[in-house]
Ligand binder design. Structure first.
Ligand code: DAH
Length: 332
């Protein structure tokens, strides 16, 4: 009966009016939609009863039902838009990123300046055809002194007085013992550099530290002269420091070279700084390692890595290298 339909439509509308007021989310909205418009929804069920009406009333009842359905559908669409916008706003708020916050970062480590300088020196000499050789930091008296033509009572030992670990065993005072080890194990020609740590019983000051680093160079072959030595050093200084540096050779004495020289360099106008001892390998050393001094000649030098770094970077105190102050180390 039409009357009955009108009443039910009124009921459903009332119910709808009540429910639509309080829909907090899209999920609830969908539940409500199903309850009214779903396959078994209140309105849908009412549609199925149309069949039972006399045909004269059916059109009018259908119009009423359709009107309500349209109304509810429209309202649901509007609510859906509102809720979707609200959900989107909440998502943006939740996922918002504050670009003004300070970033989190990890400190990146780097090589110690002395390591950097050592690698740079190695690179230059390797390109000139030298091999890198190493030897122990704990040496015997024989390699550190005897074989280098420094007998037990030789005054040169005073200068290199060191840390003794036991009878005839010490922390090496220079990298020169590596020369001996290499020559004893190879036949000439020999073309090596030996970088490494050395120890001396020095009181620390701006240019001395009991632990320091040297690079030894040794070239033994037929026909080498002091001119070759000078060229190698000049070339090295040019490559390592670049232009604008002056170099000076002066006479010196080392028991294992004859003649011996010390090499100073300076930035134009700056103070001279000794960077190495050098010389032609003494025949006594060749004899000790089993080379024939009538057959081969050679030259060698030992240069201080700290001093090279100090000159290059304008560092005025060697102790800075060993204090592990990140403010200093971070500058290189
Ligand atoms: N070993 C020397 C030192 O520590 C430096 C040196 C001088 C090394 C002359 C050499 C050399 O190879 O030929 O003071």
């Amino acid at each position: 009966m039409l009357q009955e339909i009108i009443r039910k439509v009124g009921e459903i509308r009332e119910k709808w009016e009540e429910e639509r007021r309080d829909i907090p989310s899209l999920k609830v909205l969908e539940e409500v939609r199903i309850r009214f418009l779903g396959r078994k929804g209140l309105l849908t069920q009412l549609f199925t009863t149309l069949r039972e009406l006399p045909s004269a009333e059916r059109a009018e009842a259908g119009r009423l039902l359709n009107a309500l359905r349209k109304e509810i559908q429209g309202e649901i669409e509007r609510l859906k838009e509102g809720l979707a916008a609200k959900a989107e706003a909440e998502r943006l708020k939740r996922e918002a990123f504050d670009f003004t916050l300070p970033g989190s970062w990890r400190r990146v480590g780097r090589l110690h300046p002395l390591t950097q300088v050592r690698l740079e020196i190695e690179q230059i000499f390797m390109e000139m055809g030298f091999d890198v050789a190493t030897g122990p930091e704990v040496e015997t008296d024989y390699y550190n002194f005897e074989a280098l033509n420094i007998p037990a009572d030789h005054p040169a030992r005073d200068e290199w007085d060191s840390f003794y670990i036991g009878e005839g065993v010490l922390l090496r005072t220079h990298t020169s013992p590596v020369q001996i080890r290499v020559m004893k194990s190879r036949k000439p020609p020999v073309r090596i550099i030996c970088p490494g740590r050395c120890y001396r019983r020095d009181t620390p000051d701006a240019t001395h530290f009991p632990v320091f680093h040297q690079v030894e160079l040794l070239w033994v072959e037929r026909g080498l002269t002091m001119a070759h030595l000078k060229w190698i050093i000049e070339e090295f200084v040019r490559q390592f420091f670049g232009p604008g540096y002056e170099m000076r050779f002066s006479a010196d004495f080392f028991p294992f070279t004859e003649p011996s020289a010390q090499v100073h360099i300076r930035r134009e106008g700056g103070p001279w700084l000794e960077i190495m001892g050098a010389g032609m390998v003494d025949p006594a050393v060749f004899e000790e390692v089993g080379y024939d001094p009538e057959e081969v000649t050679g030259f060698a030098f030992g240069l201080g890595i700290e001093r090279m770094a100090m000159l290059k970077y304008g560092i005025d105190d060697i102790r800075l290298f060993f204090q592990n102050d990140i403010r200093f180390l971070g500058q290189f």
